[in-house]
Ligand binder design. Sequence first.
Ligand code: UDP
Length: 248
Amino acid sequence: MKTDVLGIRFDNMTRQEAAQRGAQLLDEDRFHYVVTPNPEFILDSEKNPAFRQALNRADLVLPDGIGVIYAAKILGTPIKERLPGIEFAADMLKCLNLRSGRLFLLGAKPHIAEEAGAHIREQYPNIVLCGTHDGYFQDEEALFREVADARPDLIFVCLGAPKQELWMTKWGPRTGARMAIGLGGALDVFSGHTIRAPESWRRLGLEWAYRLKCEPQRFGRMARLPLVLVKATKARVAGGKGGTKRGR
Ligand code: UDP
């Protein structure tokens, strides 16, 4: 069952349900991709049909952002819980470790992916880190060949939105991987360069506020986010448009 929040169809799952579904996808011998939209994605995809299509065609669409949860509630179609991409990524690393699978890390500034890979390998020693590449490449074709030649099972694609979603739909199926996940700034976190909000802030739904405190330059980006709540309210008042539950 998908829950439509202003044009993006989210999977309505607990973290455990998403991890189980992710494990099944990792076991299937074909390409899947996972997206983790936050309110910024919803706003940006309104003006970018290719981005919206890439989000809605994903195998899993996980709500990364408390604003999505609030908007769904306003629309009268609540979503079970917020599911930060980084937590789903950690669950997939556990699965990959059990399978001694191959991981490729794509994105972030030079050397960050290598550092993230070293930390991941310390925690999940059975994972084969089959390749890394920063996210500031010019030659898409050459990068694609490098990824495909590394024969990954799982790819973390951390290029920011919509670049990562468009990369996954364009190149993902030809990489031979079983899963790619679009994860924004996750490599900065796995490498230790960015610290996630403490558990107490997360529980209060204030991860965004912590991020703003650490990265005040994000204020301009974040100032738009309440717009999602305004749009959800308007849609609800107009008769629940954009907030309908649909079968898959
Ligand atoms: N990035 C990249 N290539 C680009 C643009 C961005 O690899 O062309 C990286 C950037 O270095 C950062 C991540 O993508 O690591 C984007 O992080 P952002 O904070 O925008 O994502 P969020 O975590 O908010 O989804």
